[in-house]
Each structure stands twice: as C-alpha cells, then as structure tokens.
Design a protein around this ligand. Sequence first.
Ligand SMILES: NC(=O)c1ccc[n+]([C@@H]2O[C@H](COP(=O)([O-])OP(=O)(O)OC[C@H]3O[C@@H](n4cnc5c(N)ncnc54)[C@H](O)[C@@H]3O)[C@@H](O)[C@H]2O)c1
Length: 378
Amino acid sequence: MSTSTPAVRVAVIGAGLMGREVASAFGRWFSLLDCPVRPELVAVCDVNTAALDWFRQVPTVQHFDTDHRVLLARTDIDVVYVAVPHHLHEALYLDVLRAGKDLLAEKPFGIDLAAARRIRDEGVQLGRFVRVSSEFPFLPGVQRAIAAARSGAFGKILSIRNSFLHSSDLDPTKPINWKRQNKFCGEAGVMNDLGLHVAHVPLRMGWKPARLYAQLQKIYTERPDGKGGTAPCDTWDNAVLHCTVDLPGQPGVPLTLETKRMSPTDTNSWEIEILGTDGGVRFSTKQPKTLLTYTRGKEQAWSATDLGFAMPFKTITGGIFEPGFPDILMQMWAAYLAERAGQLVDRFGCATPDEAVAHHEIWAAALASHRDTTVVTL
Ligand SMILES: NC(=O)c1ccc[n+]([C@@H]2O[C@H](COP(=O)([O-])OP(=O)(O)OC[C@H]3O[C@@H](n4cnc5c(N)ncnc54)[C@H](O)[C@@H]3O)[C@@H](O)[C@H]2O)c1
C-alpha cells in the first residue's frame, strides 16, 4: 500500500505493557502486503510520565499527555486504543466514545458484566466502531482449526477445550500488582484477565455455553507488596469451567474453558482442541507453526502439519518462518482497521462488543456456580 494513502490516526491511552506493543506493530506496518489501511501512532497518554518517555523514540508521536481528556479533545485522532487497568475501562471507554472517536478496547471490556453492557450500548447508540483486543485467533494454526471446524469435516463434535495458561504466579515471592487484586482486576479474577482469549473462538463459532459448573481456586492469599510488607491477593488464580453447549441436532457437547495463572510449565500457553467423530484438531502456542490433525481411520494417530507463516494478511515474511506474539498483534490491528474501513472481506474479525458481553455472562455464571456449588443455566 502506498504511503501517500492517508493514515488512520491512532492514539494510545495506557502506555504500559500493551501500549508499547502498538507502537511496535505500527513501526513495521510496511511488512504487510495487502492491508488496505495504514495506521499512524500520533498521540499517547499515561498518568505516569516515565511510561510516556519510552514513546519519545517513536517518530510519528506528536502528543504526550498525562490526562486522557486532553488527548480526547484533540481533533487529529480517529481511533483510540485503551490499555489501562480494568477498574478504569468503563469511564475511559465511555469518554473515548463520547469524544467522537472509534475504539479498540482491551479485554475484559469493563470490570464486570454490567459495565460491559453499558459500554456496548453506548457504542451502539453513538454509532462508533468498537472492537476488543484478542489476538490468538490470528495465528495460522487457529485459523486452520476454525476453517476445519466450520467445514463440518469433524463430523459430530465430541468435545471442545480452550485453555490459556500462565505459571509465573507459582513464585510466592512475585510482588502483587493490580491484576491480582479484585478492586482493580474485578471479581472474576483470572477469568477477567485471561478469559476473552479462551471465549473468543468458541463464541465466534456459536458454541455459547447453555449450562456450566465452575471450579475456581485462590491459591496464595497474600503476596509481597514490593515495599517490604505483604498485601492481600484476593483474586481467583485458576478457573476451570465445565460447560455444556447445545449444538443444532447435537445437545450436550462438553466445552472446557480453562484460565490459569498457576499452571506448571506454561509461560503463555494458548491451546485449543476440538474432537469429532470424523476428525479433530489440536493447536498450542508451544508449537506455534504446527497443527495436529486426525482423521477417523483404522489406526489412531495425530499428524503434524508445519503451517509456517500463513497469516490472514500477507506479509514479506518467508512462508516457512515461525509466527509469534508481535506478528499476531499486528494481524489483529490489520483486521480492526480493515473492518473499520469495510474491507475485511472474508477474514476473521476482532472480538465484538456483543462477544465481550457474552464472555462476561459466562464469568458471572461461573462465579455463581462456584459460590453455590451448582450447575448454572445461562
Ligand atoms: N491482549 C493481550 O494479550 C493483553 C495482554 C496483557 C494485558 N492486556 C490488557 O491490557 C490492559 C492493560 O494491561 P497492561 O498489562 O498493559 O497493564 P500495565 O499495568 O502494564 O499498563 C497500564 C498502564 O495504564 C496506565 N494508566 C493507569 N491509569 C491511567 C489513566 N487514568 N490514564 C492513562 N493511563 C493510565 C498506567 O500508568 C500503566 O502505564 C488490561 O485491560 C489488560 O487486561 C491485554
């Protein structure tokens, strides 16, 4: 795409871990061959001026603000990406929408279900283009798994499992942060933090749970506060949701949604397994270019296909190379901007506000299930 094409002017609010990834993705946008839209990072906002300083090396950034209302009053911004702690989502997302900007929101899209509904409804009422960040479906292996499931090649679905697994919290000396405290992360704990990553594909496939039983675990109840003392760690660490999905003509399909901060041996493992009577798939970010598939036959075997760099938006990267996190983040942004421009065509789109609300409905049911030790109907 020509650099003379006018760029979509993007601003970041929240210059932390995820805010910096945006600058990185836009900085090598020229590696995309067929994305119809070009973004430019023009403004950044953080209450912490030290976080802003990192962005001074990004040549396109013109505005460095410490108050998001100052940034939102600027007229040279089209799209705002907000990556702040969860208790601030609702207020800041609503401010973005009311300032007349489009929004790429971070998950979980509000601290709870009620907040998610209010954000979704405001976006609809104001006619803004709003999507939610969830990058794993853009991996080649996941795209192939989705296409195979949609083709009906698996026959009758026997079971579905989607997991997102971390392990760094196994270290009891790891200091507390906002993601480990309910007042900032939300009552749903690890489900708020990691959950959209496991709900996005099932919801897109129409596999919404009809009923579920949840097992939630709080493992370490306090952590170092980073100042020589300790602080309460009141968040759910691990969540395993045993769900039932009623498919057309096939009621009672088991769907397991797992989000864990304490999963030994997993640093950032996103995994999906779909098993059917005629075929199935398994994919894990532990082997990011490998798709395991089986087809029903006399012998019981998985076969491994090296997919290489088969991304939804073509790139200059050699087809045999391995994809990684920065690549799928760039693909997700390409999908956001292409869909916003009405040019996504048949590619996979980012998570929608309705999907974000639906995922909060699942976590609300999980909290009720755990509290009452019962199966909850959604
Ligand atoms: N998509 C993903 O893979 C992914 C990964 C990690 C985090 N996240 C999500 O991104 C969001 C941010 O997480 P993070 O890990 O980047 O957090 P972080 O703590 O690294 O960064 C948050 C930043 O927000 C800033 N901030 C706080 N209040 C602010 C305000 N009022 N105005 C402007 N800036 C403010 C903080 O100073 C900090 O720099 C969360 O919603 C989280 O769930 C998504």
